[in-house]
Design a protein around this ligand. Structure first.
Ligand SMILES: *[C@@H]1O[C@H](CO)[C@@H](O)[C@H](O)[C@H]1NC(C)=O
Ligand SMILES: *[C@@H]1O[C@H](CO)[C@@H](O)[C@H](O)[C@H]1NC(C)=O
Ligand SMILES: *[C@@H]1O[C@H](CO)[C@@H](O)[C@H](O)[C@H]1NC(C)=O
Length: 401
């Protein structure tokens, strides 16, 4: 297995008004965190079948301020030392074990004061607030031998990668309810974060081929805003390629993405089934990105040879708007499947300034959509008649036409 330790650093920055706290987490695999978030989402959110991206996608605005927990302890009470050298795994594990007993009493808060708290992986528990004070950094152990190798997550019928073990994520949880990390939210709202990874910074997924189809759990109603993302050799915001349970009603707004291989990317492939639809990505500032926008129907692998080659994925009703980019090499690369072209890809108010390395600006096949005020000018495939005008006027801020 590859050594992830140099690359997978997640910087989470929590900002509320002027006060910001920074926590440095070293993640073995951010995907696990996302799966965990997705699992939380599924537990917490009711099914919504609205045909458009609507207020329900605005989880960040719906969240009431989290109720203060009736019980609180500091990690110091468990003997932790925030010097960046002392290993605090036992302290975190004991603290959380202790706080478990408050689950039926309104839950509890674990307070982490300023300092660098070196630890191995630990598990969260339900009804817990992990409160990172400004200046509190949780630092994952840098020694690969200190990372537990675990089975793939049981969700979605089959793990997202190849079968077999993988390193556990730094902060880990299974079947949790009512968990708050710092004072942000208890729905799927990802906000005020700074995330830098070797591969994808944020990736939304919902299951792999026949296993994901059988499991049938969509990822929906996710709101991501005010994030700073860097994905050195991956995508800053990735959808799929495991999306067999469906991904819909997603709102991404106000993101700064930089120094990355790809900006916004939709990935899928034959055999996945499922859908990615009703997704709005808006107010994006990009710098030093190789491919700004990408959608491919030829990405990923199959869990085994039992996948159904006729299970075609759907990519439809995607609104990308209000984006500026500098030092971009390829503006957009769209490669839909012939039998299931990408539809209603709606682009508006996008200005990308390309560097001199560009030999192609836009590349399109099996994609249909519409563009308004997009520079450089996209391929004709993205200037076709579509429902984009209606979709953008319902969903988007802009209906300039
Ligand atoms: C954390 O949870 C996983 C299962 O999700 C389990 O295998 C592991 O032993 C737990 N670790 C601790 C320290 O409780
Ligand atoms: C432009 O972006 C590329 C990454 O796509 C990066 O390697 C290069 O250093 C950037 N150039 C400048 C002038 O920032
Ligand atoms: C176009 O997008 C930029 C952000 O990239 C935004 O500042 C501007 O207001 C948008 N223009 C319109 C007409 O919405």
């Amino acid at each position: 297995m590859v050594n992830f330790f140099d690359d997978h650093t997640l910087l989470v920055q929590h900002g509320h008004g002027k006060s910001t706290a920074q926590s440095e987490l070293t993640f073995v695999d951010l995907t696990l965190l996302l799966l965990f978030l997705v699992a939380l989402l599924l537990l917490l959110l009711a099914w919504s079948n609205d045909a458009r991206v609507n207020g329900d996608g605005r989880q960040c605005e719906h969240n009431p301020a989290p109720k203060p927990r009736p019980h609180a302890v500091s990690i110091l009470e468990f003997g932790a030392v925030g010097d960046g050298k002392t290993l605090n795994t036992i302290a975190f594990q004991n603290a959380i074990f202790y706080l478990k007993s408050f689950a039926d009493k309104g839950g509890a808060q674990l307070y982490v004061p300023p300092g660098t708290w070196l630890t191995q992986s630990f598990n969260l528990t339900s009804h817990l607030t992990l409160f990172l004070e400004k200046g509190a950094n949780i630092l994952g152990s840098q020694d690969p031998f200190q990372w537990e190798v675990v089975d793939p997550l049981p969700s979605y019928g089959r793990g997202v990668e190849v079968p077999g073990g993988r390193y556990q994520s730094l902060i880990n949880g299974y079947m949790l309810r009512d968990v708050v990390i710092t004072d942000s939210s208890d729905h799927v709202c990802i906000e005020d974060c700074q995330i830098a990874t070797g591969y994808d910074a944020i990736s939304l997924k919902s299951g792999w081929d026949e296993y994901g189809i059988a499991y049938g759990r969509p990822t929906e109603n996710v709101h991501i805003r005010r994030v700073h993302l860097q994905a050195h050799s991956g995508s800053t915001i990735a959808f799929g390629s495991d999306m067999s349970g469906g991904i819909s009603n997603i709102l991404v707004e106000n993101a700064h993405i930089y120094n990355s291989d790809s900006g916004i990317e939709f990935r899928t492939m034959r055999g996945r089934g499922g859908y990615m639809k009703e997704i709005i990505v808006s107010d994006i500032e990009m710098e030093n990105i190789y491919t700004a926008i990408a959608a491919t129907g030829y990405c990923g692998s199959h869990p085994d040879d039992k996948f159904d080659p006729n299970a075609l994925p759907l990519l439809d009703h995607i609104i990308l708007q209000d984006m500026r980019g500098t030092n971009i090499t390829i503006a957009g690369n769209f490669a839909g499947l012939q039998e299931s072209p990408f539809t209603n890809i709606c682009l508006s108010n996008i200005t990308l300034s390309l560097n001199s390395l560009s030999s192609i600006t836009w590349k399109c096949s099996n994609v249909y959509g519409f563009s308004d005020s997009v520079l450089p000018k996209p391929c004709p495939d993205l200037e076709t008649l579509s429902n984009c005008l209606t979709l953008m006027s319902i969903n988007g801020k802009t209906a300039v036409m």
